[in-house]
Every structure is written in C-alpha cells, then in structure tokens.
Design a protein around this ligand. Structure first.
Ligand code: KG4
Ligand code: ZN
Length: 342
C-alpha cells in the first residue's frame, strides 16, 4: 500500500485541533495539536456555540501552523487536507471547513470533508491492527451509540440513546449536584468517595430488547432522591454520584453484551472486537465494566489512548487517509452540515 500524508482539522465542538498523519503504510501521527476551550465555557456551565465559533477563528491558523511545524512538513509533503464537515455546532464546523477549503485551494491539494463520527469510528485502525467488521461504542457529550463498522463509508447504527447522550447526562447530573463543568470527571471524582449501595437508581430500557438506551430518566430519578434530602451534604453528593455512575456502567455493559451477541450471529466466523470512543471512555468504572463484558463474551476490547478517544484532529486526518486511498474525494462546493448521520 501507498503512504499518504494528510492534514486534519477538527472544530465541531469545543476543541480546536490540527494534526498531520501518515498512512496507511507506515502509519504514524506526525503531529497532534489540540487547544481546549474549557476555560472560555466554564463560567457558563457548558459549551456556548457563539463563543466556541469565535474562539476557533482566533486560534485555528496558529494551531494549523503548529501542527505543520511539529510534523516538520511543508505543503509539498501534504497529499490532502481533511476537515470535519459535521455533525456539530455549525459555527465551529464552518470555521474548520472553510479554513480547510482555503488551504486546499491555495496549496492545490484535494479536500476531504469528514463526518466527525466517521473519525471516531476509524480511530482504532490508526492505533491498532484492526480489520473490518467491528463494533464501536461511541459515548461522548453529543453521542451515545452502537455502530457496526463494516468498511470505510459503510456503517450501520445498531442502537442509540433515545434522549440524553451519556456525557450530557453526566454534565447535567453534575450541574444538579453543584459540581463543575465538565461534569464527567467531577462525578467520577466524587463517586470514588461514595457508597454505591445507598441509593437505588433505575436501569432504563434494560427490560426491552435491542440496543437503544435512555439516560434522561436516570437524571430525573436522581433529582427526585436528592430533593428529599435537601440541603444535601458532601457525602450524599458522593453517594448519588456513585449510584449514577454504577447505573450507567451497568446499562452500557448489558447493552455491550447484547451487541456482541448480535455480532456473533451476523459474523459467526469472525472474532468479535468492540472499540470504545468518546470522552466518557475516560471513566474508569465504565471502562472496567466494558472490559468485563467483552471478556465474558470472548471479545477483544480496544480503548484507544484517551487523547485519541476525545475530540482530536488525528482521527480526522486518519479518516481522510482511509477515504483518499479509495479514490475520489470531495469538491469545493461541499457544505457544512450541523446534522449528518453516518
Ligand atoms: O468526546 P468528548 O471530549 O466531546 C464530545 O462530546 O464530542 O466528550 C466530552 C464528554 C463530556 O460530556 C464529559 O462530561 C464526558 O465526556 N466525560 C466523562 C469523563 N470525562 C469526560 N464522563 C464520565 N467520566 C469521565 N471521566
Ligand atoms: Zn466527538
């Protein structure tokens, strides 16, 4: 196989990122620059789209320059420019895609408009030797879904949340308990000191077949229990966090087993692999629940390094490489898409 070098750009949420990746032969991340906007959004308790878009404009040129410099590349070394074209916050997506178009045009390189979810879906093929098909569990602030990854461009969504994304549920739960944004790490920290047996929370939808999930009810149940105890002390917050985190881990482990059983039915000859991606994959209790579920099903479990699980541009550059080697890419007319199912 040939070796291609692609510049990737990611601006769909609150990370401004650029990266240069080489592959598929001798695959290597040559640079991976990320600037998080957490500081800009923390006082609002969540990502403010308008602030996000402006912050992307302010820093993206610098971030791209740094990525090229870290990779010791000039434009002659680059085969194509890839950028997230959706789904995501539209202001940020416009900034990234328009910047990529400008660079592609000025440098005379092809443009690849990447679906952000495709970036997450293919990351494990950058970090590990992994053939199609495999299962992906994507758990972030915006998405909670099981995907069957059959090939580049060939994905089947097997199940999704019918309400809040898991990261969103962590963030809302944190807010409700007076913990800082982003909520996931805060809830996990508190849960470590919590008594997981004190509160009983539901396991939403688990009595139903299939792979859909629900997390909004969990947060409501938690709110109801917290209300009865007001004003709540720190130990109670910790106990509630522990119960919440355990409920989420249980739901994910159970659904993962169902997904693996489904995979075994569809592909009896192929050893199953499940990959986890998204910010929530940082959670240790969730990781270990998934590891156990995969072990019990005799499946391989892959959790890419954390900086490649959360939003980054290396995954966009890599998706660009996977697309580029299959042939024709996108033309300059392609538009940013706030919604874009795989
Ligand atoms: O993938 P990501 O960085 O950004 C997108 O949403 O695309 O994921 C961020 C989400 C946030 O909702 C955050 O609260 C959650 O991931 N998160 C966690 C943890 N770290 C981040 N959730 C649970 N436990 C964690 N340790
Ligand atoms: Zn993401």
């Amino acid at each position: 196989t040939q070796s291609l070098t692609v510049l990737g750009i990611e601006t769909s949420c609150d990370e401004t990122a650029a990266s240069v990746v080489r592959g598929p032969a001798n695959r290597k991340i040559l640079s991976n620059v990320i600037r998080s906007q957490i500081d800009e959004h923390v006082e609002f308790g969540g990502v403010v789209p308008e602030i996000a878009a402006r912050a992307h404009i302010d820093v993206l040129d610098r971030i791209v320059k740094d990525a090229m410099k870290d990779a010791s590349c000039d434009w002659n070394d680059i085969d194509a420019v890839a950028a997230t074209a959706g789904p995501g916050l539209i202001g940020g997506v416009i900034v990234g895609l328009m910047t990529a178009k400008a660079i592609a045009m000025a440098a005379g390189k092809p443009l690849i408009a990447v679906n952000h979810l495709e970036g997450h879906a293919l990351t494990a093929r950058l970090t590990d030797d992994l053939a199609f098909p495999f299962l992906l569990l994507l758990v972030s602030g915006g998405h909670s879904q099981f995907l069957l990854v059959k090939n580049v461009g060939d994905y089947q969504r097997l199940g999704t949340t019918i309400d809040d994304a898991i990261g969103e549920a962590f963030d809302k739960t944190a807010k409700l308990l007076g913990l800082p944004y982003p909520g996931g790490p805060a809830v996990e920290r508190m849960a470590k000191q919590g008594d997981v047996t004190r509160f009983k929370l539901p396991r939403p939808l688990l009595n139903r077949p299939g792979l859909d999930m629900s997390f909004a009810g969990l947060k409501t149940a938690l709110r109801t229990q917290a209300k009865n105890l007001e004003p709540i002390d720190e130990q109670t917050v910790a106990d509630l966090c522990a119960a919440f985190q355990r409920a989420v881990a249980d739901v994910l482990a159970s659904r993962t087993k169902t997904a693996l059983a489904l995979f075994a039915e569809s592909y009896p000859g192929i050893a199953p692999t499940i990959v986890v991606a998204g910010g929530v994959a940082a959670n240790q209790e969730i990781r270990s629940a998934l590891t156990t579920a995969a072990d019990e099903a005799g499946a391989r479990f892959i959790a890419p390094p954390m900086q490649l699980c959360t939003d980054n541009a290396a995954m966009i550059a890599w998706a660009g490489i996977e697309r580029l080697r299959l042939g024709p890419v996108d033309d300059m007319k392609i538009a940013p898409r706030p919604r874009w199912p795989l």
